[in-house]
Each structure stands twice: as structure tokens, then as C-alpha cells.
Design a protein around this ligand. Sequence first.
Ligand SMILES: [Zn+2]
Length: 218
Amino acid sequence: MSLRHQITNTLFPPKCVLCGRILEKNELDLCADCRINAPECPVRQRKLPFLDSWLAVWHYEDSVRRSLLRYKFHNKRHYAAAYGRLLAMKILRERDGAFDLITWVPISRWRKLRRGYDQVELLARAVCAELGMEPVRCLRKIRHNPPQSGIVGQAQRRANVLGVYEAVAPENFRDQRVLLLDDIITTGATLSECARVLLTAGAKEVHCAAVAAVKEHK
Ligand SMILES: [Zn+2]
């Protein structure tokens, strides 16, 4: 370990990305407790329109929810590396060889200017770094819509995202199997709309991978 690395680790010891506890030397990204007890999201799930498959690392609840809120709204952009490692591991385990390129659900320019970063683009870069790939920009958000989190009802959420995204350079993904990354899957309305746009522009298949998904209520 370099001296600079040692000093940084002493001043800013790495913490568990979920509960914030300072990590032991043999721990990476998660403390032993969270590694065992975090609410893992099983792979077999409800079908989402236009998506060939989807997976998420965790259910969106408790410490996972608090962690993602810090990542999105409290400038914890360095969480991207940890999320990226954990998501890349799950992708390798479940979808190895099932896609040709990786892209992400973009935020609007306006929101990126306000937040200072596109949290899903950072996630895509981190996942790709783990997999030895480069993310490919395939979508652009062309309209600034109200956040999905404030909208109740599946039909209303679908309407809120309709026509909000457009394809970028479709020649890059024509006849390709696309892995679309997102941070949180709530109802899947945004993902389905993005997948619809990608398929209309020539993608062969669209799969999705996210850090967390809201547990379905039956
Ligand atoms: Zn923890």
C-alpha cells in the first residue's frame, strides 16, 4: 500500500457502504454483518414490459434505501465503486455472456447540473471497470419530467416517462443485446420505457441490472 493510500485510509477509513461502520482490514465495501444480513434480491422476479430480464443486488429497504439516498442526494458519489463491484459480481454470476454492451438510464442535463453528477453514469463506469468494458451512451433524456418518486399509480408513472428518452447513435447497438443499468427499480416504468426506445431503435434484447429494487407487494 502506498504512503498516500495509508494516510488517506487513516484520515478517512473506508466504511461499510450500507451501515457506515468502519471496515476491518479484511473487509471490502460491506462489513461482515451487512454482507450476511443485507436484503438480497432474488433473481426470479415479475416480468417487466419490454425487458428480457432484470436483476438487482438488494431489495430497496432499510440500510439499502438510506445508502442509496446518501449516494443520490448527499454527494456520496464514491459509493459508485462499491455498488459497481457488488453489481458486477451479480451480473457475472447471473448474466455472464448474455449481453454485448452496457448502457445506463441517464438523468436530464438540468438535474446533472444541479447534482453535479449523473449517479447512474458513475455506476455504469464502475461496473464496466470491473468487467473490463466501456459503457456506451445509448439514451438521452430530452425532457425534464417530475421525479417518478412523487407520482402514484402505475399508469400515471408510465405516462410521466413516455417520450422522455431518445436513442443516441443507434448504429452502436443495432442487433445488440443491451444491458441497461439503473440505480433503483421502483415499478419499472422508467426501465420499460427506456427498453422500448432501445428496441424501437434496433436493439436485439434489453436486460437490466440495478443496485436495488422495491419489493413487490402482493
Ligand atoms: Zn455494514
